[in-house]
Design a protein around this ligand. Sequence first.
Ligand code: ACO
Length: 332
Amino acid sequence: MPRTVFLSTGFYVPDRVVTNDELTRWWQTSDEWIRERTGIRERRWVRPGEQAGSDLALEATRIALERGGIQPSDLDCIVYATLSPDYFFPGGGVFLQRKLGVPGIPALDVRNQCTGFLYGLSVADAWIRSGQYRRVLLVGSEVHSTGIDFGPAGRDLGVLFGDGAGVAILGATDDPGRGVLSTHLFADGRHAELLWCESDASARFPRISHEDLDAGRHYPKMQGREVFKSAVAAMLESVRTALAANGLAPADVNLLIAHQANLRINEMVQRQLGLRDDQVYNNIDRYGNTTAATIPIAIDECVASGRLKRGDLLVLTAFGSGFTWGSAVVRW
Ligand code: ACO
């Protein structure tokens, strides 16, 4: 059975940099509060109406295609992870497919928030190993900034999120020494309302009302402290599960890339796993939380800077709304 390898990666973020200081235009907050509580210094936001998530994904895909010497027509399938699709329906995958000019190939939309890239990786890996598809474009792309509450109630969530896209082009190899070694996925819907967006929603009638708008139900809501504690425990557990399943220990890890929701979460995970600073990568200071795009952006930065090299043991983990969480182990 073949293994799944990362043939090429790419990422794209909008050129509009929004610093913490700039956020004080809208909210009672400060650079100091945001940096100390989250590790974020700046994030990228689209200019509203100028770029959708599928546009960011297109730019990231173009970079990955060019770097890998791959043509759009070489792609067998698109797996598109986002919590902020361009429209309620259809999902973002078909818009990216149209922009890439590859009609006909399947486009699967994955809705697992910050864990979306790992859920997508697991599906793509199974397809590649089974021989169903040989070349899968795996995308994480988000535009959060058009869904932010700029009123006082939006301050806790508004400072956290950034826009961006990251992609990986996955392929098959017969080399037993490389590739995706495992994926582990988890979910617990009992906590769905701790981080969610209530409206508009087909579960409600009407799907959105004036009252919903007045109450701000169309903005995401989060119980930050509960989510924080759960994120630490779940990412820790999923990394330990992944390492044990492969007969590995933390000392074997060359690079851990954890979802970037809060630097303090990742520092706790690092400490409890006993990992050195050179075994982990964080870039939340520059991008904030880009949800499904976070992991592929970080992977691409690590490839470009030489932090991730052929033969390295890469561990990925994420946690997000749902709750959903998971991990993957890759011999790069
Ligand atoms: N600026 C200044 N003060 C603020 C801000 C802000 N932006 N936001 C909140 N505060 C205030 C609060 O009002 C509160 O004030 P009070 O003590 O007078 O009531 C105080 O700061 C502390 O608020 P907490 O919410 O308790 O702050 P905490 O230290 O927990 O940090 C944070 C909040 C950063 C949101 C944190 O809880 C967190 O990171 N949670 C987890 C995020 C996460 O992992 N998300 C999952 C992935 S996202 C996804 O799946 C889409």
